[in-house]
Design a protein around this ligand. Structure first.
Ligand code: PMP
Length: 410
């Protein structure tokens, strides 16, 4: 039994908030998520009760912080099924992808090497690779899609078509259409061709069981703020031998054993060699509390509940006149749609006036218009605390909005 009321009671943002004078209905969870009291409290406790830096200080408070940081690293490793020393703290998914680009790709790619992406990728899984191409002379190619989806067959075809694919990097679940890829099979194909496979887990890790060892991908990236955690913290999970071989990215305090006046630097081992400077300690502690919170519900329960919500919403939306849905067959809590003849941003603005938060535009996946043949979509995205009642309010307002827009345009 999914205890929705109990879950919702744990979120201050679900407690009588309004927008435009209407009860807030937040359906932009693919962008970021609300935080439960336990996460807020964990952060507050760090600031109120045991503030100190990490990095092996000689006094108790610092030791406590070190232990907390290490405990969260362990929690993340258990959650994603990696080794503890395969977890690198980053400021989020974007920084994690940049770390792979600059730490791995910059020193391993050369002219005419190929990075394989898709037209559905988020800017954060595209632009770091473009930059690496500028710096190395490598180039990006795009996998062909099958009915808007990345399939294993199309990835195999890409390997036959392009020589020298060295890196394949796809979102595990797309942030516009919500399609999940067969990451395990794609990793196998990439490895058969001596390429590495990067999995952008921003939209999967918060929603579906994502098992690093079982998928056998080389890297996974994700952000805490999309899974009930704080902003400004995320993780890169990487196979240890690759992390060890990677070049340094950020350098400074906390990542080195020693350095001397001859400019010789001995870095720490991974993961610490990537963690220069004072970490976002409060963020890390909040991240740990977010993982505890998700574990207390169960990631499979969360996913099943989101599928139930998506089915419920789709069955209602299909009855709305003039609504085009672009991803009916997606097994996720993301629905991308438009009203025929109405610009996505106008639709979102109308919903805003009713207290409903949805996202419109290209959602940072700025090549998506080549896939779905529209310049912009409205995106409603659900999470573990979304209620069917909120979906009712959303759909009812869409229907009423249709009448308002009809009246306006006629
Ligand atoms: N990749 C995907 C698929 C995303 O959805 C997002 C966030 N919208 C990102 C990368 C970037 O995440 P962040 O802004 O948290 O770094």
């Amino acid at each position: 039994m999914y205890k929705l009321d109990e879950i919702r009671n744990q979120f201050p943002m679900l407690n009588n908030k309004t927008m435009q004078g209407q009860p807030l209905v937040f359906l932009d969870n693919a962008s970021t998520t609300f935080k439960p009291y336990s996460v807020i409290k964990a952060i507050e406790e760090y600031y109120s009760d045991y503030t100190a830096n990490h990095h092996r200080g000689d006094y108790d408070l610092c030791y406590k912080v070190d232990m907390k940081v290490q405990e969260v690293r362990r929690k993340i490793a258990n959650f994603i099924n990696s080794e503890v020393n395969e977890v690198v703290f980053t400021s989020g998914d974007t920084e994690a992808l940049n770390l792979i680009a600059y730490g791995y790709a910059l020193s391993n790619l050369k002219k005419d090497d190929v990075i394989l992406l898709s037209l559905e990728e988020h800017a954060s899984n595209t632009l770091p690779w473009y930059r690496i191409c500028e710096l190395t002379g490598a180039r990006v190619e795009f996998v062909d899609l099958e009915d808007k989806k990345i399939t294993v067959n199309k990835v195999k075809e890409a390997f036959n078509k392009y020589q020298n694919i060295k890196i394949v990097s796809f979102a595990h679940v797309g942030n516009v259409l919500g399609y999940e890829i067969d990451a395990k099979s794609i990793a196998k194909v990439a490895h058969e061709h001596n390429a590495i496979f990067v999995l952008d887990g921003a939209q999967s890790v918060p929603h579906i069981k994502t098992d690093f060892k079982d998928l056998d991908v080389d890297f996974i990236t994700f952000s805490a703020h999309k899974m009930c955690g704080p902003t400004g913290i995320g993780a890169l999970i990487g196979k240890y031998e690759l992390l060890q071989k990677m070049s340094l990215f950020k350098t400074g305090g906390g990542m080195n054993v020693k350095f001397n006046k001859n400019m010789e630097v001995i870095p720490l081992d991974a993961p610490n060699k990537f963690e220069a400077g004072t970490l976002n300690i409060a963020g890390i502690i909040g991240f740990g509390a977010a993982i505890d919170f998700i574990n207390s519900i169960g990631i499979d329960n969360i996913h099943n509940y989101e599928l139930e919500l998506a089915d419920y919403a789709l069955s209602k939306l299909e009855k709305c006149k003039d609504i085009v849905i672009y991803n009916k067959d997606s097994k996720s809590g993301i629905i991308a749609f438009n009203r025929v003849g109405v610009f996505a941003q106008d639709e979102a603005t109308l919903l805003n006036s009713k207290g409903i938060a949805v996202r419109s535009g290209q959602h940072c996946a700025k090549m998506i218009d080549e896939v779905i043949d529209t310049v912009a979509t409205v995106r409603a995205s659900f999470y573990l605390y979304t209620s069917k009642k909120e979906i009712d309010v959303f759909v009812d307002n869409l229907i009423n909005g249709g009448d308002i827009l009809d009246a306006y345009f006629k």
